[in-house]
Structure formats: structure tokens, C-alpha cells
Design a protein around this ligand. Structure first.
Ligand code: ADP
Ligand code: MG
Length: 452
């Protein structure tokens, strides 16, 4: 078995990988990393959850020139959430180097703030096509020193109609560069990008072996989808459930319905402000709101640990959408479960996109009517983050040492630029809230509020 050691990486990077819990490279990493270090252009295809992010970030971070003042790498990704996820990984991976600066650029947040951080300099830019192009036409980003271009989730970007924006952006990059394209599926029209953008690319395709397929799939033909949804949840009794609807309106309706039935629910759709989207995802991932109802916005690239059930409340419109939706479970070698609820129209649609799936009778399920999904924890938001030099350890310290909360009553802590979030067992959250309100973190009085 290949280990990261076999890839002849610098010792401080190896130590960092170890501290992040990465011991052995996944197949796509094992194959891509040497090629990318060798400056080859690359087309890489591997299923979701196979570790593509690290496959492109690791060689990139190795190569960064610490003396360069302008951005050296441009990563284009389809959604804001994915940009944030890649940026998080990049920051963790780059910890072993000095001052690697990563900036995310996507719509829904103020251009002015982005311009201000661009002015301070950056090494890696990660953005969505539209916002990047916006910055380019305003001349607020400098692309003249870009040495590496990465297109992540290229299939999704084509789907979303970003091809022209991408081509326009890329035509303004230096010709001398390395170009890399990562995708989970390989749609026919992808030539549109590869022919123009890549030079003599090497292709790496990881075919998943039978035993890696760990997602069990069920289809139920039903008249009443709300009722069927409750039956499904109460039968399978997941820890974290992700429910997909085809429209924004439907996500709200389904969330409201579940909420009335006693479930703690998050909703994610394109109508929400950026910070709301981030807070919804965060509360889902930390278990405060263990059900997430979302549009296909959440279908690609999102990596949330421990989603054990994906439900298609609406039948997806395309085979790729189906694949990506159910790919949110069964990640990192864990098994997962996917259920599709179809009315008559949905059945017809499903027979087009997934003819091999056969419907079963939902009456075979045995729901437990007393089962609800409610977060054992809730989330507190603290008005201080990286900018105020707040770290997870500071929050933990105040909570445990000064307020008297047990470490086991504290869940995930997320520290962002301006705010931090901490998940706390509901049994002690009042105490934590009052304590934080009147106490100090790192010697500072910070405002605290409760998310719900
Ligand atoms: P993809 O982009 O292929 O869908 P991701 O890059 O999001 O997949 O990775 C999926 C998960 O696997 C992430 O949680 C990531 O931290 C984890 N992961 C990636 N590489 C490794 C590795 N070498 N060892 C263990 N876990 C890994
Ligand atoms: Mg990915």
C-alpha cells in the first residue's frame, strides 16, 4: 500500500497530514499527485467522496512560491459552499508553510470587502465563475501571475451554464500555466472546456470497485409524499438526514411540515443570504438541526460527515443529479442509505434517469411513531473570530474553566473570520449562554446569541 511517505513529500508536510488524520492517499490522490508535481495538465475523474480536493490542493500548496506577491493559483468551483470547503482544506493543508493566503470570491457577499482583502495580497483565489469575472472586469484581481488553474466539479459547472464565463476568464490567464480539471462524472459536452483549456492532458480515471459502493438505494411509489417522508424517517431512524426537493418553494414547505411534526430542521436554498446558508449548513453538520431540506445546491461537493440517509422528496431531473445527491451519504467508506419517493410523475421520470431502480411498496416499512429528530445540541454564535484572534481553544477554555461546562457537553466549534460557533448540549446551554454573555473570551467581552 502506498503511504504519503512514498510520495516523497517534505517532512513538515507529512507531519501536518498526519495531524489532520490523513495516513494513506486515496487512489485518486496516489495517481494525481505525482503527475501534478510533474507539472502535467490533468483531467481527473473519480466519484464523489474519493478525496479529489486534497489531490489537487497538495501539489498546489507544495509549489507555492513564498516570494510571489500576486495570486499564483486560481480555483474555479460551482458554488459558494464548495469554495468555502476548498478554502478550509487549503488553509489546514498550508499550515506548515508561512503565510499562505487564501481568498474566496463568490456572489452574495460584498464586493467591497472582497476587494479590500484582495488588496492585501493573496496566493490562492477560489471563486465561482460569475463573481470572478465580475472582479476581472472591474480590474480588482490580478491574474497575470497565475501558474495553476483548477476547475473543480467541472461537470456541475457545465450543468449550471458556466462554460462561457469560464472560457472568458481562462482566456485572460497566462498561456504558460498548468491546467487541471476535476470531475465526478464525465459528460459529453465537457470537451468544450478540455479542448480549449488543457494542453496535452494526462487522463486519470478511478473506476470504483464493487466493494466501494456502499450506498443502499430504495424507491417507493407513493401518493402522499409528506406522509411517506415521515414514514421513511421514522423507519430508518437516521442520525443526520438530507432531503432534496426540486424547487426552493418546496424546500420551505417540506421544512415547515417537518417542523410541525417535531423535527429540528434546517433549510438550504438559493433565496437565503450567504450567512444564512453558512449557518444552516453549520447547524446541520454539528447536529443542532439534524435534518436538512435542500435544493440541488447541496448536491455537489458538500462533504458533511455522518449523513446516513439521503431522501429524494422529488425525483431529480437528471441521472447526474441523482448520483450527486445520493453521493452525500456513504462518504469516506461509511455505508449510506438513499430513498427516492415517487408519485406517478416521479416514477416516469425515474424510469428515464435510473431505469434499473425498481419501486417497492412503502407498507413494508415499520415506522416508529415516537421517533423524532431533535438536536441534542444547539448552537451559540459568538461575535468574534479569526480577526479578533479567537481560537477554538479559547472558547473551550472559557466554557470549561470559567463557566463549568464539561468537555463532553461541548460539540463542534467553528471559528470563522468574524464569528465563531459552538454546539452545546441543550441541557446546559442556558448556563453556557449566560456565562459567555457576562464572561470573557481571551480577555474580551464578546456578544453572544443563540441560533435557532
Ligand atoms: P470529493 O471531492 O472527491 O468528493 P473530498 O475531497 O470532499 O471528496 O473528500 C471526501 C472526504 O475524505 C473528506 O472528508 C476528506 O477530508 C477525506 N479525505 C480525503 N483524503 C483523505 C485521505 N487521504 N485519508 C483520509 N481521509 C481523506
Ligand atoms: Mg470535490
Amino acid at each position: 500500500m502506498t503511504t504519503f511517505q512514498n510520495l516523497s513529500l517534505p517532512i513538515n508536510l507529512l507531519e501536518n497530514l498526519k495531524s489532520l488524520g490523513y495516513e494513506t492517499p486515496t487512489p485518486i490522490q496516489e495517481q494525481s499527485i505525482p503527475l501534478l508535481r510533474d507539472n502535467k495538465d490533468l483531467i481527473a475523474q473519480a466519484k464523489t467522496g474519493s478525496g479529489k480536493t486534497l489531490a489537487f490542493l497538495l501539489p498546489l500548496i507544495l509549489k507555492l512560491d513564498e516570494n510571489e506577491h500576486f495570486p499564483q493559483a486560481l480555483i474555479i468551483a460551482p458554488t459558494r459552499e464548495l469554495c468555502e470547503q476548498i478554502s478550509g482544506e487549503a488553509n489546514k493543508l498550508a499550515r506548515y508553510k508561512k503565510d499562505v493566503k487564501v481568498i474566496t470570491l463568490y456572489g452574495g457577499t460584498s464586493l467591497r470587502t472582497q476587494v479590500a482583502s484582495l488588496e492585501k495580497g493573496a496566493d490562492i483565489l477560489i471563486g465561482t465563475p460569475g463573481r470572478l469575472l465580475d472582479h476581472f472586469s472591474r480590474e480588482t484581481i490580478h491574474l497575470g501571475e497565475i501558474k495553476t488553474l483548477i476547475l473543480d466539479e467541472a461537470d456541475r459547472m457545465l450543468d449550471m451554464g458556466f462554460a462561457d464565463d469560464i472560457l472568458k476568464l481562462v482566456s485572460n490567464l497566462p498561456k504558460q500555466r498548468q491546467s487541471i480539471l476535476f470531475s465526478a462524472t464525465y459528460p459529453e459536452n465537457i470537451d468544450k472546456l478540455t479542448k480549449v483549456i488543457l494542453k496535452n492532458p494526462v487522463e486519470v480515471k478511478i473506476v470504483s470497485k464493487e466493494k466501494e459502493v456502499t450506498i443502499e438505494e430504495f424507491v417507493y411509489e407513493v401518493d402522499d409524499k409528506d406522509k411517506a417522508l415521515l414514514t421513511t424517517l421514522k423507519h430508518f431512524q437516521p442520525n443526520l438526514a438530507l432531503i432534496f426537493c426540486n424547487t426552493k418553494v418546496k424546500t420551505t414547505e417540506v421544512s415547515d411540515m417537518l417542523h410541525k411534526q417535531g423535527f429540528d430542521v434546517a433549510t438550504l436554498n438559493g433565496d437565503l443570504e450567504q450567512y444564512e446558508r453558512q449557518e444552516m449548513l453549520l447547524q446541520f453538520a454539528n447536529g443542532s438541526l439534524p435534518v436538512l431540506v435542500a435544493t440541488d445546491l447541496a448536491a455537489r461537493g458538500l462533504d458533511i460527515d455522518g449523513i446516513d440517509l439521503v431522501i429524494n422528496y422529488d425525483t431529480p431531473m437528471k441521472t447526474e443529479d441523482y448520483t450527486h445527491r445520493i453521493g452525500r451519504t456513504g462518504r469516506a467508506e461509511k455505508s449510506g442509505l438513499a430513498v427516492t419517493l415517487c408519485d406517478e410523475y416521479g416514477m416516469r421520470k425515474l424510469s428515464e434517469i435510473k431505469p434499473q431502480l425498481k419501486a417497492e411498496n412503502i407498507s413494508t416499512l415499520t415506522p416508529n411513531k415516537n421517533f423524532y429528530m431533535q438536536g441534542e445540541v444547539a448552537t451559540l454564535c459568538i461575535d468574534g473570530g479569526k480577526k479578533k484572534k479567537v481560537r477554538a481553544g479559547d472558547i473551550l477554555g472559557t466554557l470549561c474553566k470559567e463557566i463549568g461546562i464539561e468537555p463532553k457537553e461541548i460539540g463542534k466549534i467553528n471559528v470563522y473570520q468574524k464569528n465563531s460557533y459552538v454546539a452545546i448540549k441543550k441541557t446546559v446551554i442556558k448556563k453556557a449562554f449566560n456565562g459567555l454573555k457576562s464572561g470573557k473570551i481571551k480577555g474580551k467581552n464578546l456578544r453572544v446569541w443563540w441560533l435557532d
